[in-house]
Design a protein around this ligand. Structure first.
Ligand code: NAP
Length: 854
């Protein structure tokens, strides 16, 4: 270890809002510390970003500290969206009030840090030549603090004035009479361009990607927020902390696809008039997850551009088409689009006329060369990871964070990383950070770090480090969250796409501020789940995963739990049927198919209704005889309508959904016999139905999966009809209900252990359950059954009996494709157009169905 000049408990890098608050808390809790800051004042991002027009896009009611209630009385904001000088003054005011200046070393950079595994301490090397050792090392370096290196040829040649928005001269810049080029139209460009246009003689804006921007309509803080905050500050802040974005907003429950465009535009206009960054994205519940829903918002925004910009060609160039609204950080402006109506302002579309080179005197682009007095680079940042990996951090076994993160940042909770004990990142990658009100996220991280340090001190632990399992689980969860959105389609800095060579992953956590906070709380409440805490004499490690259920499924479960619905097993079958029908009526209908028609077919004991879903392509088609879910007690030929449509459309298969008889009126073996009768009838009438007789499969979900599996066995045992495959989604296969998943997943996941018992009690006696026609897993042999696609869900009570059936089929020599749907529950894959995370599994099911007939 390098010779240490001083040893402290904690070293903090950065004196922006995160470092300032942490300093305050370290003093309060009595940890010795050093706080190092590269700049010569507090303020972080608001210290560096002094370009004209720089403003915060989050309203002042929300973008302020909550930890010192006196501040709310002592500091009055002048505007709804504060400008950079005012925010910097606020930071200085807080620093003076709490004597923070005395605890910060300015003009001090950190050149590198190494973990010493023997001493269990970090060695921090500073630009002043000092080496500090410490137990805990905190990077409070901000998410957007390292400007991106200009990746444009010839930048070094230009002899005029060069400005970078993120490193603006403190004394300001006067562009009067100057020919100015601005490269970049993100938030920084969009905010600064109108101001530069006011002064410049000539202004040329080089645009690679047009961005969505709405006017800030700046003025006094919104009255409703001011009043709510004044009425009950604590409640307001609590709401912010558990909200989606760190600003109290009611989540929309309206789908953009459920209203006409006129209605949608009226709703968006209302949101627009608010002049709040989050209002447009929050108008519809599905604009972040559904491309078509997003298009509604995007078109509204394009309409707004057309209404302002006089030249239709320029308006078109300023209108984003290639990315969805919100998938790149949307902007707020004051007069941005109006600027393009000025005669001395020109827009250059770099897609049509790329920059060939910056020259000594200007810019060569397309077929032109232009001379400039000044070039402004508003080209963005090496976001989220730049400041952390550039700080030369070396953890255990000489591994650097830069190397570890070569293929994307790996963190647990965005706070810590395996191999780097006692290293903490405030608003690091894998935390909501830039997708949230930073003030709320900063305070949460500082509180978490403070409480963790206090806990370790009280318990006598020297080190804390996440486990590989927990870190990988968090990576998977972050990816799951991103996967259900359309964010990954955009070449945004959220995805690392703005920096050449940066790995393409979703850097911030997109699961929401409140859900993230709850995950952090759960980790602590479960004895620091996923962390190893250690000292020379003891160790504590409750290894495990904090968020395993798919994020959209989790949201549905949370929503359902707020409804306080009665348990179905407390109802009579008639009540349960009515309840099930009422719930189904609220679902999205599923995709269009060629034709839907209803009919009747002869069952084992009387007529059965069926619904036929015909693909839009010319027939004849292969057929799947489908059996619905509902525990043999409820459901019908129409109750799995969205799933049947989806299967039909995606697999190009004709689906015949059969309404078999239900228990308790028609108990075992009625459903099984009806299933087999329906198969025989469909086979015999395949041609008339528009299908192919020797291309028939059976399919079903839940109890319907049971009926399908039993039907396959009956056709094998009774000389046909020959079937090409069976598609079993979460099937019931074993009436013993002794599998571990019944207990493990017996509560909270919609299908509960007690509801399953209720189903069985209505359908079959304990003795009857031993029959393979009730429990297909108990068949003497499974040999000779058709190729099988079997899907089981991780949080389904029926998971293990489904898994057992898949294994038994394989052992019997049956060709089986077994999908174990991670993070899913019994019902989630059937929830078409509601739960995006189920879509890939439905695609797999459709592919398998097609494959049965090839
Ligand atoms: P940015 O959003 O990354 O925008 C950079 C712009 O430069 C983009 O238009 C980008 O085009 C363009 N660009 C980058 N490299 C280029 C190249 N080689 N040639 C041509 N064009 C190039 O950066 P930013 O505007 O500084 O904003 C970054 C983030 O900081 C914002 O998204 C926001 O989160 C935060 N911010 C907030 C505020 C606020 O709260 N008011 C203000 C400023 C910034 P492409 O899109 O094609 O890559």
């Amino acid at each position: 270890m390098a010779q240490s000049d001083v040893d402290v408990d904690v070293v903090v890098v950065g004196a922006g809002f995160a470092g300032m608050y942490l300093l305050h808390e370290l003093r309060k809790t009595g940890f010795s510390h050093r706080v190092l800051e590269a700049g010569d004042d507090v303020g972080g991002t608001w210290y560096w970003n002094r370009y004209p027009g720089a403003r915060c896009d989050i309203a002042t009611t929300d973008y302020q500290y909550s930890w010192d209630p006196e501040l709310h009385e002592q500091w009055q904001w002048s505007e709804k969206h504060a400008a950079q000088p005012e925010i910097l003054r606020y930071a200085q005011f807080v620093a003076k009030k709490h004597d923070l200046y005395s605890g910060i070393e300015f003009n001090t950079r950190v050149d590198g840090a190494q973990w010493n595994e023997v001493a269990k301490r970090w060695s921090i090397h500073t630009s002043t030549g000092e080496t500090i050792t410490c137990q805990h090392y905190v990077m409070a370096t901000g998410c957007l603090s390292v400007p991106k290196e200009p990746d444009i040829a010839g930048t070094e040649k230009f002899t005029g004035n060069v400005y970078v928005t993120g490193r603006w001269p403190h004394e300001g810049v006067d562009f009067t009479g100057k020919r100015v080029a601005v490269i970049g139209t993100g938030s920084s460009g969009i905010q600064s361009i109108p101001h530069i246009a006011e002064q410049a003689k000539e202004l040329v804006i080089f645009q690679r990607t047009p961005n969505f921007s709405m006017p800030a309509f700046n003025g006094p803080a919104p009255q409703d927020r001011v009043e709510r905050l004044a009425a009950d500050r604590v409640a307001y802040q609590h709401e912010a902390r558990y909200s989606g974005t760190g600003v109290p907003l009611e989540d929309s429950t309206v789908s953009a696809l459920s209203v006409t465009q006129e209605e949608a535009f009226a709703m968006l206009e209302k949101a627009w008039q608010k002049g709040e960054l989050l209002s447009l994205g929050n108008t519809f519940m599905d604009s972040a997850i559904n491309r078509k829903a997003n298009d509604v918002v995007a078109e509204f925004m394009r309409m707004k551009v057309r209404s302002v910009v006089k030249d239709p060609e320029v308006a078109e160039l300023l209108s984003p088409y290639k990315h969805g609204y919100g998938t790149k950080r949307p902007c707020m402006d004051t007069g941005y689009f109006e600027t393009f109506n000025k005669s001395h302002v020109r827009l250059v579309d770099l897609n049509a006329s790329p920059i060939r080179s910056i020259t000594e005197t200007g810019i060569d682009f397309g077929k032109e060369s232009m001379e400039f007095d000044a070039i402004v680079y508003a080209t963005g940042f090496d976001a989220m990871t730049g400041a952390i990996v550039n700080a030369n951090i070396t953890g255990k076994n000489g591994v650097t964070l830069k190397n570890k993160w070569e293929h994307g940042p790996l963190t647990y909770l965005g706070l810590t990383s395996v191999g780097f004990p006692n290293l903490y990142m405030i608003t690091g990658p894998g935390s909501p950070s830039v997708l949230s009100n930073m003030m709320v996220s900063i305070e949460q991280h500082v509180d978490w770090i403070r409480d963790t340090l206090v806990y370790m001190r009280e318990q006598g632990f020297e080190t804390i480090e996440p486990t590989p399992l927990a870190e990988e689980g968090w990576r998977v969860h972050c990816t799951d969250c991103a996967d259900i959105t359309i964010f990954q389609e955009a070449n945004s800095w959220y995805m690392g796409a703005n920096v050449p060579g940066k790995p393409r992953v979703m850097f911030p956590y997109i699961g929401g501020v409140g859900r993230y906070r709850m995950a952090c709380e759960e980790v602590v409440n479960k004895g620091f789940l996923g962390f190893e805490l250690a000292s020379s004499t003891k160790k504590q490690c409750n290894d495990g995963l904090v968020r395993e259920v798919q994020p959209d499924v989790d949201m549905v479960l949370d929503f359902i739990s707020t409804l306080n619905l009665p348990a179905m097993e407390t109802m009579t079958p008639t009540e349960a049927r009515a309840f099930s029908e009422a719930s189904s009526a609220m679902r999205p209908s599923g995709p269009e198919v060629g034709e839907i028609s209803d009919g009747v077919l002869p069952g084992a004991d009387g007529e059965l209704q069926y619904r036929l879903y015909r693909p839009a392509t010319p027939g004849p088609h292969p057929i799947a005889v489908y059996f619905h879910g509902g525990g043999w007690v409820f459901g019908s030929h129409t109750s799995d309508d969205p799933l049947c449509r989806d299967l039909c459309a995606q697999s190009n298969t004709l689906i015949v959904s059969v309404n078999y008889r239900h228990a308790p009126e028609a108990p075992f073996p009625a459903a099984a016999e009806d299933g087999f009768a329906a198969l025989k009838w469909v086979h015999a009438n395949a041609g008339a139905l528009g299908g192919i007789a020797d291309h028939i499969a059976v399919a079903g979900w839940s109890a319907g999966g049971n009926v399908a599996a039993v039907t396959a066995q009956m056709s094998r045992d009774n000389g046909g009809p020959q079937i090409s495959g069976q598609l079993l989604l979460c099937p019931v296969t074993d009436g013993s209900q002794q599998h571990a998943s019944h207990k493990e997943n017996g509560e909270r996941f919609i299908l509960t252990k007690s509801l399953m018992e209720w189903f069985w009690n209505h359908y079959a006696t304990p003795e009857q359950r031993k029959s393979p026609q009730a429990s297909p897993l108990l068949a003497a042999s499974l040999a000779g059954l058709p190729p099988t696609m079997l899907v089981t869900c991780q949080f389904d009570p029926l998971r293990d009996e489904g898994n057992a059936y898949a294994r038994a089929l394989m052992q019997a020599g049956v060709k089986v494709e077994h999908v174990e749907a991670r993070g899913h529950i019994h019902t989630s894959i059937t929830m078409v157009d509601m739960l995006p995370s189920g879509a890939p599994h439905r695609r797999e099911m459709a592919r398998a169905l097609r494959g049965f007939f090839s």
